[in-house]
Design a binder for this molecule. Sequence first.
Ligand SMILES: Cc1cc2nc3c(=O)[nH]c(=O)nc-3n(C[C@H](O)[C@H](O)[C@H](O)COP(=O)(O)O)c2cc1C
Length: 356
Amino acid sequence: MSADLSQLLNLREMEGAAAEVMSPAAFAYYRGGANDEVTLRANRDGYAALRLRPRMLVDVAHIDTSTTVLGVPLAFPVGVAPCAMHGLVHPEAEVATARAAASVGSLMTLSTMSHRTVEEVAGAAPERLWFQLYLYHDREISRALVARAEAAGARALVLTVDAPVLGRREAIIRTPVFTKPGTVLPNIGQRTPGSEHLDDLSYFNTLLDQSLTWSDIAWLREQTSLPIIVKGILTAEDAELAAQHGAHIWISNHGGRQLDTAVTALEALPEIADTVQGRAEVYLDGGISRGTDVIKALALGARAVFVARPALYGLALAGENGVRHTLELLRDEIRLGMALCGKTKISDLGPDLIRW
Ligand SMILES: Cc1cc2nc3c(=O)[nH]c(=O)nc-3n(C[C@H](O)[C@H](O)[C@H](O)COP(=O)(O)O)c2cc1C
């Protein structure tokens, strides 16, 4: 039975409700961060610590939250971040998430580690799909995936660069998941011989290329005409390299799941925006739970933000309707927050809104 969404007034309440309907192992997998979870907590707390400087006596009768990301129109500046294995929480998996995102004018980023194929998910979110990629030892698997994503209609490739090895997520070690050995994630294709005893997550880890460097961005550039976004950037130095390689920038610490005590996206944003100076689009994720969080990120130079766990909790609670509820809560909070800040359109959001 689906949750009564009308009683869930904000994203934190949705997380609490999701914890009650998800299996303990699945909840631990989604919620958890690395080590002491310092970065996981800081992702959220950082937004609350930053204060807004609202302007008064501005005509806010009409608020326009719309923007674009790499030419894709967004009704409000929030997309869904890539998140593995939506099928752990709902049978319609990534297809439901994509439908919800498309239905409110948002955007879905499909994880490589999805339970549904990129073709199916693209069908559920025409024109509103980005595809997230890891690079594998076997570049042929990566090349084939890029070709499939492009043919299916993905509008950009998001190359995740912050997970050459996986962080130590102790909650997950304590409450192990979940998938049956020998199954296969449909975007990865055939298993290599001898890997049948591994579950999906363990198998996937054997594919990752730990020797990835900036020269591989050039390789990827040759495989596709799609825009490339590098996800996992946390410093001005790497943002500069990304811009030099013709890539766009997704600031992220992987939801606090990789290097614990790493800086938050919000902390990294000012130096990155200052370095990039509009040469590339800049996005961020991590800990967004209120419309004012989105307003703060945009005020400091992000073009849009992305949410992973909040979408997944919505999916766990009520499938497509639940994801839509998550996105609509954020949309409505952004609109309200902008009105109370005296800002009527996205381009009005600038650093003058923030008190340091
Ligand atoms: C359960 C889970 C699975 C994730 N899987 C992926 C993935 O497959 N690829 C990826 O690039 N990021 C993945 N991420 C990271 C998210 O894209 C995002 O960077 C992070 O969760 C921050 O957003 P949040 O605080 O809104 O969850 C995952 C995060 C979670 C929580």
